[in-house]
Write a protein that binds this ligand. Sequence first.
Ligand code: CTP
Length: 398
Amino acid sequence: MLRDKNVVLGVTGSIAAYKAADVASKLTQAGAKVDVILTQSAQQFITPLTFRSLTLRPVYADMYDAGSRLAEQHVFLARSADAIVVAPASATSIARLAQGLSDDLLSLTVLATTSPVLVCPAMDSQMFENAATQQNLQILKQRGMTVVGPGVGRLASGHTGAGRLVETEEIAGALRYVLGRGGDLAGQKVVVSAGGTQEPLDPVRYIGNYSSGKMGYALAEAARDRGADTVLVSTPVAMAMPYGVRRVLVRTAAEMREAIISECRDADALIMAAAVADYEPAAAADEKIKHREGALTVELRPTADILSEASGERLIKVGFAAESSGLLANAQAKLAAKGLHLIVANDITTTDAGFGTDDNRVVILHPNGGQEHLPLMPKYDVAWRILDRVAVLLRERS
Ligand code: CTP
């Protein structure tokens, strides 16, 4: 998504400036060409050399440097940028942008660009909460800039409050979100389910499964990166909330069913990556089940099949089939039984793919019997390939 994208990273005078080094590094690792602009005050906190070493590109620190490319064309960075990220954005730099000043290289570049601008505030909570800063941020939002954060937590002043620079992952997610607007899934509502359901046995125990949620989260991120209006119906998993995705947290199969049925009414596609329990305890005990001699028998009853039941006027349905044997035959049977447009089969007996891993090796099956065997690849890439197929189905439908 970020490969070969020209990203201008504007770093301003905030103690969080050191974290911008991580942002520059991660964006560079993701394949972006990162051009860093340091304001005068940022240079009190961190040096151009840090960024030059991380991005392997020139760093712009002086508007009047006759040796720089900007001497020929002072708006060169503004024109070449696919997006501008101001991180950290100090109170002063936010005020400067709100005023529309162009008295330093960063404000000039933001003023001259037509590309998306992300502003990631970082300052003490009292400065952030001040009406002047709030109004300035409001102005930036009204002009179409995306304000990311700040996070809440311990601040350099020792106080706790709003003012922390958000994590690099969130900045990268927001960047992918703004770059993806207008992608091939723009205007489509895509609902993705993720994680394993938890069926309570008593107040402290549940029946669950090993699903990590990684495949579902990768699908939600990829759908967002292609411009979809993305809803992620997820069980509690150890995954960060993807920026720009609406997440509905559920626990049980019954809760997941309710959320999916309601979200699908006006959705264009449903991708069920969640591992949904086929059975739930007939009745969860009100009190913690006590240890006692002999076997314990719990009566289980079947849950509803969400994927079969989900419907919408124009809904494309994609299922997953995690199988330990008879992979293709079982998957094809599920595709037909559940009335799906596609099913994604994966063999859960391999150790390098499937549950909990970062990679997956899948076969995409079509109702006409067509099969696409994909090699082992990161789950995000698998998600991208599935969405390629969904995008074709959506185009055919319209
Ligand atoms: N699924 C669902 N509701 C259920 C069970 C499964 O929506 N109650 C969905 C899963 O999210 C997946 C697909 O159906 O997309 C296939 O799930 P899987 O567990 O492989 O199949 P089952 O139909 O449950 O059959 P079995 O467990 O016998 O293999």
